[in-house]
Design a protein around this ligand. Structure first.
Ligand code: NAP
Length: 221
């Protein structure tokens, strides 16, 4: 789990651990990772903390050399310049956003998925957004929307390459959720936001791959 210290990521850690999985909760700040994992362990859940900044390749490499995972949830993301127009978007806004939301997620997957392929089991959940849905795309945050559309393209490509190796790769829109990113007026709780992510992370062998899901239903790209 990337970005597991708060928001939807923290709740996904809780729900995944409740299914009996050993969860590696990662966060870019070591103290926050440990504090979040400690809280979950108080509830009897099997959760370990690790430091991972998805924009830091050395940090990704160091972790992937030490641990193997069967399930990867690419959750960490940022949103910059909400309310900007496409024309008013600076290239640096795109660069900053893509660094975390696209290159970060891709780098983490490329570090951990080869092990899944070798072991012939893996589940990758790329936490995308309705804002990245090309068929209905609006410009409330153009850099963010473009980054999530690119993440969805990565889902398709990775799924196609790994589908014969027991690895299922899907994108998910958690809906509009009350977190620091979603704000307090969002209609959904973190529990609701985590639900489909956890479902995709624990799909059976014959489960879907290469899809985009909301509320456990496939949606348009
Ligand atoms: P959030 O509360 O803002 O949490 C974002 C998480 O990402 C934090 O843990 C943050 O860590 C982490 N993060 C950011 N940059 C990172 C980096 N470079 N390395 C590692 N971790 C990093 O957001 P959220 O609402 O839970 O969002 C979770 C996912 O759901 C995101 O992919 C988001 O795009 C998606 N989503 C959310 C909504 C919504 O309404 N909330 C809607 C659609 C999609 P720090 O604490 O260190 O900043």
């Amino acid at each position: 789990m990337t970005g597991g210290n708060r928001g939807i990521g923290l709740e996904v850690c809780r729900q995944l651990a409740a299914t009996g999985l050993r969860v590696i909760l990662t966060a870019r700040d070591p103290g926050r990772a440990e504090a979040a994992a400690r809280d979950l362990r108080k509830d009897g859940l099997d959760v370990a903390a690790e430091t991972l900044d998805v924009t830091d390749e050395a940090s990704i490499r160091a972790l992937s050399q030490r641990i193997e995972v069967d399930v990867l949830v690419n959750n960490a993301a940022i949103i910059v310049r909400e309310g900007a127009t496409m024309i008013g978007t600076a290239i640096d806004d795109l660069r900053t956003t893509f660094e975390t939301n696209v290159f970060g997620a891709v780098a983490v997957a490329l570090a951990f998925v080869p092990g899944m392929v070798a072991r012939r089991y893996g589940r990758v959940v790329n936490v995308s957004s309705g804002a990245g849905q090309l068929s209905t795309m609006t410009t409330y945050a153009p850099a963010y929307s473009m980054s999530k559309a690119a993440l969805n393209a990565f889902t398709r490509l990775l799924a196609e390459e790994t589908r014969r190796n027991g690895v299922l790769v899907n994108s998910v829109d958690p809906g509009w959720v009350r977190t620091r990113m979603g704000g307090s007026s969002a209609p959904r709780s973190v529990e609701q936001g985590a639900d489909t992510i956890v479902w995709l992370a624990t799909l059976p062998a014959k489960g879907p791959t290469g899809g985009f899901f909301r509320d456990k239903r496939q949606i348009d790209w």
